[in-house]
Design a protein around this ligand. Structure first.
Ligand code: 13P
Length: 305
């Protein structure tokens, strides 16, 4: 480890004790941030850990909706987002007003809201989901029609595996939607023996061709169990750090050079230390919204457990 990072790690360890803090990092964070974290995981893992962990302070290395989800589930804890610019464009692709209008139009449908959304939108929803439990959440509902917001590609992926009618919202992840079937075909030709795993936020023609369509947590499991020596990975580049670290004998290649989430990349180890030192960027949710949003997320957790 570089000298500068070693010094930052020392400061971080002290600060964690002073503030009774834990560091949570999403699988897309820079390697240095993942290595400094107490827990690294996907959206579902991290929201469950936020509830269970005993610390008073959570430094959430991810994007805004993730820190917000932790805060609404664990309002007694101070949840810090090291970099306030770290937003998720997909989460902003539906507003409360738009969801209210859509609810009127599809009055007989249940509303399933992907965790990549604002707390205010979650509060208007029947239940939330993540990429790892979306199908189970949809199948747990009584209604036959589901308005699925805001990611259209995840909605489409779920619709291929359920008898329910899925009405997709038109949002998309600005990183995953760029992956093309030409890239999948090229990887197949170059590495015919290597499985291709992709995130369900990729376009339908990509998910249709992949060997596995998985949440980032699902990819961790797949990689440890797969017999293949090389795996092609169709999700944000930060994922490769964890996969490589946990499976040093295997090789992981990124399916597309474009798989970089600029928002996930804002958070550096220096910013983590700085935010905890100043105890700034604490994410809170107004109580009326928090209560309703937490209910929708809790219903999801009940399905997952
Ligand atoms: P996961 O829940 O699979 O980690 O996905 C999070 C995400 O934001 C994907 O873009």
């Amino acid at each position: 480890m570089e000298e500068e990072n070693l010094q930052l790690m020392k400061r971080l360890e002290k600060l964690k004790k002073t503030h009774d803090a834990v560091i949570l990092a999403h699988n897309y964070q820079w390697g240095e941030v993942q290595d400094a974290a107490d827990f690294v995981g996907d959206s579902l893992d991290l929201s469950q850990i936020a509830v269970e962990v005993e610390a008073k302070t959570i430094v959430f290395c991810g994007v805004h909706f993730m820190a917000e989800s932790a805060s609404l589930l664990a309002p007694e804890k101070a949840v810090i987002l090291p970099e306030m610019l770290a937003d998720c464009p997909l989460a902003n692709m539906i507003t409360v007003e738009q969801l209210r209008e859509a609810r009127k139009e599809y009055a007989d449908a249940s509303v399933v809201t992907y965790i990549n959304s604002s707390a205010a939108v979650k509060a208007e929803s029947d239940i939330c989901c993540t990429s790892s439990n979306a199908l189970a959440v949809v199948n747990s509902l009584e209604q036959d029609r589901v308005l699925f917001v805001p990611d259209a590609n995840l909605a489409y992926h779920v619709s291929r595996q359920t008898d329910k009618e899925i009405i997709p919202w038109k949002g998309y992840c600005i990183t995953h939607y760029r992956v093309t079937s030409a890239e999948v075909n090229w990887a197949r030709k170059m590495y015919p023996d290597s499985p291709i795993i992709v995130h369900p936020e990729c376009p339908p023609e990509v998910t249709a061709e992949a060997d596995g369509v998985l949440s980032t947590g699902g990819m961790v499991k797949y990689a440890s169990e797969a017999k293949a020596k090389r795996i092609i990975v169709g999700t944000e580049m930060g994922m490769l750090h964890r996969l490589q670290k946990e499976n040093p004998q295997k090789e992981f290649l990124l399916l597309s050079n474009g798989l970089v989430c600029p928002n996930m990349k804002y958070t550096t180890l220096a910013k983590v230390v700085d935010a905890l030192e100043k105890k700034e960027n604490i994410i809170t949710v107004p109580e009326d919204i928090r209560y309703k949003a937490a209910k929708a997320v809790q219903l999801m957790l009940d399905v997952s457990n």
